[in-house]
Design a protein around this ligand. Structure first.
Ligand code: G4P
Length: 522
């Protein structure tokens, strides 16, 4: 098979959701389709304490969570599926965001009983910023949830994206009868015994469906579908690919109901790897020279060996074992002798990989997040990974002042690696670290101690709203502990506002200060 044919087969996506919306359940069902697991509940048996990837790091065992975004891959309907897990809950971190730079599309799960929740909104914002196609699965139809129209309206209003229902539910909870599959022109009948029965629209005339058709739920849904057909938005693949319209599927990950039709349609519509921008030009995914970028580095995957694994998204060419590449940042030649693909807890050595695939490569402490590896003579770098302004901040000091050398070295390296973000109180040596999620602090503390022999104290200064100052001159007297003036790694002035209220109050009082929201410009 040619490189181009291999690329066309790749479907690389992440599933995003708020905790408890059903990401694990849906992922398990998809893995069942891919024959990767034999029964649902084996990937993350919450109650048994068995986690997919969790024996990699001591801290994971302690907290009983999976620190990393793992990668699952399997062949399906002639395609090659790569699912990147995005950690949620308290293990939410910058890695979660960065994972979204390595995918070609995203599945957003929404709990029908709750609608859009905080974490979904955050992750969605990043997808939107990057123009990634977003497919929506509205889950838990087997429970009494919100009205379908209301849910669509919420998505459109809160997330500012057009919706197109690919199917339409008939009732919910105990009254749930099935869905109109608008895409497949069929009615999918639900029953607790058979789960799904597929009835082409023309067969609905058969007398056996008379009872169903008489129900109030069926009649309401049927009217609603007619309304959607006549007055609803037009489907536009072009808009889907630009991330401006989200195809919406209703179903239940647990039953499972509607998952197969969702997945078959999604996998067909989702785009294969696209050309990627570099600092110089644009690289086609079927370019014969191998290239890719590192979006995550995992330390201590094997505590005995202290090894580090860098997760690389292949962007072009063909990866083979022992491939010789150059690290674009330094021009250094590296032989990729040890590499793995990640399937749940197994770490298999891989023979070849193409654009869209994710490989783990052994990191002898040379890589940084965002690094580009290239095979050809021309050195280039993929567009820088965006930095995500932290929300949580802590003051950090060394417990033992005599060990300040280790302390500084550890911080410097971990910051460089992207494990945490560093600030200093303005014009002082007093360190403040910032993170997107609490887990980053735990990992930071653990690694400072274990890798740099530096015991640290972390003292919370709470959630903060960061704004960079765009002015040449900074008037230090305007700031205090509440609205704290700090500098970022490059020495740029930043204000850590206590909250949105303080920020707005400050803006009113000092309209002359140019405050920049990095999140908006990125
Ligand atoms: P997450 O990974 O997004 O955090 O969610 P997860 O799949 O773990 O699902 C959260 C809870 O919601 C689980 O129940 C799960 O069984 C339930 N759930 C997922 N999909 C559906 C669905 O389609 N219908 C219904 N009714 N429930 C669903 P739990 O009791 O918290 O966990 P468990 O002990 O059953 O695993």
């Amino acid at each position: 098979m040619t490189i181009s044919e291999e690329v066309q087969k790749r479907r690389t996506f992440a599933i995003i959701s708020h905790p408890d919306a059903g990401k694990t359940t849906l992922t398990e069902t998809l893995l069942l389709f891919g024959n990767l697991i034999r029964s649902a509940g084996t990937v993350k048996g919450k109650k048994t304490g068995k986690f997919a990837t969790s024996d990699w790091m001591e801290i994971e065992k302690q907290r009983g969570i999976s620190v990393t975004s793992s990668v699952m891959n399997f062949p399906y309907n002639g395609l090659q599926v790569n699912i990147l897990d995005t950690p949620g809950h308290e293990d939410f971190s910058e890695d979660t965001y960065r994972t979204l730079t390595a995918v070609d599309s995203v599945v957003m799960i929404i709990d029908a009983t709750k609608g859009i929740e905080a974490q979904t909104k955050k992750l969605f914002k990043v997808c939107r910023m990057r123009g990634i196609p977003i497919f929506t699965f509205i889950n838990k139809l087997d429970r009494e949830g919100r009205e379908p129209f209301e849910l669509l309206e919420e998505i459109e209003e809160v997330l500012d994206i057009e919706t197109y229902p690919m199917n339409w539910p008939v009732g919910m909870g105990k009254r749930f009868q099935g869905i109109f599959d608008r895409n497949g022109n069929q009615f999918v009948k639900y029953s607790s015994e058979d789960k799904e029965t597929f009835v082409p629209y023309e067969e609905l005339d058969q007398p056996e469906f008379d009872d169903l058709k008489k129900t109030e739920e069926y009649q309401t849904a049927s009217d609603e579908v007619s309304l959607l057909d006549e007055a609803g938005d037009q489907f536009s693949m072009d808009k889907v690919l630009k991330g401006e319209l989200t195809p919406v599927f209703f179903g239940s990950a647990l039953a499972p109901f509607g998952v197969q039709t969702f997945f078959d349609t999604f996998i067909e519509m989702a785009p294969p790897p696209a050309p990627r921008k570099t600092t110089e030009s644009v690289v086609q995914p079927d370019n014969p020279d191998f290239s890719g970028f590192i979006f995550k580095i995992q330390a201590n995957m094997n505590p005995q060996h202290r090894d580090r694994v860098a997760f690389l998204r292949v962007c072009s060419g063909k990866f083979e074992r022992n491939l010789s590449v150059k690290l674009a940042r330094t021009g250094k030649t590296i032989n990729l002798s040890q590499s793995q693909q990640f399937v749940a807890s197994a770490r298999d050595n891989i023979e070849e990989a193409y654009a869209g695939d994710i490989i783990g490569i052994y990191d002898p402490n040379v890589y940084r997040i965002g690094d580009t590896l290239v095979e050809g003579k021309e050195l280039f770098e993929y567009d820088e990974l965006p930095q995500f302004p932290p929300e949580l901040y802590k003051r950090v000091t060394a417990k033992n002042v005599m060990k300040s050398k280790q302390f500084k070295k550890g911080i410097e390296q971990l910051v460089q690696e992207g494990a945490i973000q560093l600030f200093k109180k303005y014009k002082t040596e007093s360190y403040i670290v910032g993170a997107v999620g609490d887990l980053q602090f735990d990992v930071f503390k653990y690694r400072m101690q274990n890798e740099y022999n530096s015991d640290i104290l972390l003292e919370s200064i709470g959630e903060r709203v960061p704004r960079w100052i765009g002015d040449e001159k900074v008037k230090e007297s305007l700031f205090d502990e509440r609205n704290m003036l700090v500098e970022d790694r490059e020495g740029n002035p930043v204000v850590l506002f206590k909250n949105e209220f303080s920020l707005n109050w400050f803006k009113d009082q000092h309209p002359e200060v140019d405050l920049i929201d990095l999140y908006e410009v990125n």
